[in-house]
Design a protein around this ligand. Structure first.
Ligand SMILES: C[S@@+](CC[C@H](N)C(=O)[O-])C[C@H]1O[C@@H](n2cnc3c(N)ncnc32)[C@H](O)[C@@H]1O
Ligand SMILES: [Zn+2]
Length: 284
């Protein structure tokens, strides 16, 4: 199994060493590898609920939707930005550490694993045990960890590239673990994302959206910050596909009974994706 060198004990922050499928720190805190292959490094005090993050059903819907390839342009753009950064910084022999925070069921992480040059150590982190279990099925060689993005179990200045795709941000924590000269890559949705789906759900579609850039500029002073805008159309050809897309978005909680009924009748939908990839290149 490929191991991430810079793992840190979530209880005392000392380095973790792997022996016989157990991660152990010098204070003898032990974390056994689960049968599925992941490590659980989420102490109960870092959980806000008993089962935090996406539940099993959300994970299943996300996997079914992503497996259809509609978001492949996003995966390709993310991998290209990471590759370009690594090429610019110079690939170090088996030493480039890439951490995907909020990896979900591992679609984008696996795309990185398959397409980045040799010499990258990848690690996927998510607060949802169900998501991480599903991610293990994609790749048994990678390190998958249940942990919170707000308490990443990695040493200070240990990560070359941190991706955070459609996942809550913990900017100060990302800054702690990233190396000087490292890259933070954030994916967020723009104002027109899934407009046709939102049109079916809401009487009046709101244009407000979350722009992470002011927060990035406030935390990462002197960094080079830029973004890539992705817009593309895709076609959903069945009602289950439409329901899967709905189940991946926060709109599933907000849809009224009438909106759900409208969506039940829908057997096809042409949809536009509106995505921003924000890059923060830290100064040296
Ligand atoms: C919208 S999903 C995106 C998953 C994946 N990046 C993708 O795009 O397919 C958001 C993910 O963030 C995870 N998540 C939520 N809060 C988190 C936290 N504090 N730390 C780590 N992961 C978190 C959820 O469990 C979920 O898997
Ligand atoms: Zn410890």
């Amino acid at each position: 199994m490929q191991m991430f060198e810079y793992l840190q004990c979530p209880l005392c922050r000392q380095p973790l060493q792997l022996t016989d499928r157990t991660l152990r720190c010098e204070n003898n805190h032990c974390f056994d590898q689960a049968r599925q292959g992941y490590f659980h490094l989420l102490p109960v005090q870092n959980k806000r609920s008993r089962l935090p993050g996406d539940n099993a059903e959300m994970v299943r819907n996300r996997r079914s939707f992503l497996e259809r390839g509609h978001y492949q342009p996003i995966a390709e753009a993310v991998t290209a930005l990471v590759s370009t950064h690594l090429a610019k910084e110079g690939i170090k022999d088996n030493k480039n550490s890439i951490l995907d925070c909020g990896c979900g069921e591992g679609y984008y992480t696996q795309h990185l694993a398959e397409n980045l040059p040799d010499g990258c150590q990848l690690i996927g982190v998510d607060i949802s045990k169900d998501a991480v279990k599903a991610a293990c099925q994609r790749n048994r060689q990678m390190t998958w960890i249940v942990a919170s993005g707000a308490h990443i179990p990695a040493a200070d200045n240990s990560v070359d590239v941190l991706t955070c795709l459609f996942t809550p941000l913990a900017l100060e924590e990302f800054q702690r673990v990233l190396k000087p000269g490292g890259l933070l890559l954030i994916a967020s949705t723009g104002p027109n994302h899934l407009m046709q789906l939102r049109d079916l759900i809401y009487e009046e579609v709101k244009q407000n959206f979350f722009d992470p850039e002011p927060g990035l500029r406030a935390v990462f002073k002197n960094a080079h910050i830029y973004n890539q805008h992705l817009e593309f159309a895709f076609q959903l050809d069945s009602n289950p596909e439409i329901q899967q897309l709905l189940a991946m978005t926060p709109h599933q909680w907000r849809a009224s009974a009438e909106a759900r009924q409208r969506l039940e009748q829908q057997t096809e939908l042409a949809v536009n994706a509106d995505i921003y990839l924000h890059c923060v290149e830290l100064s040296r």
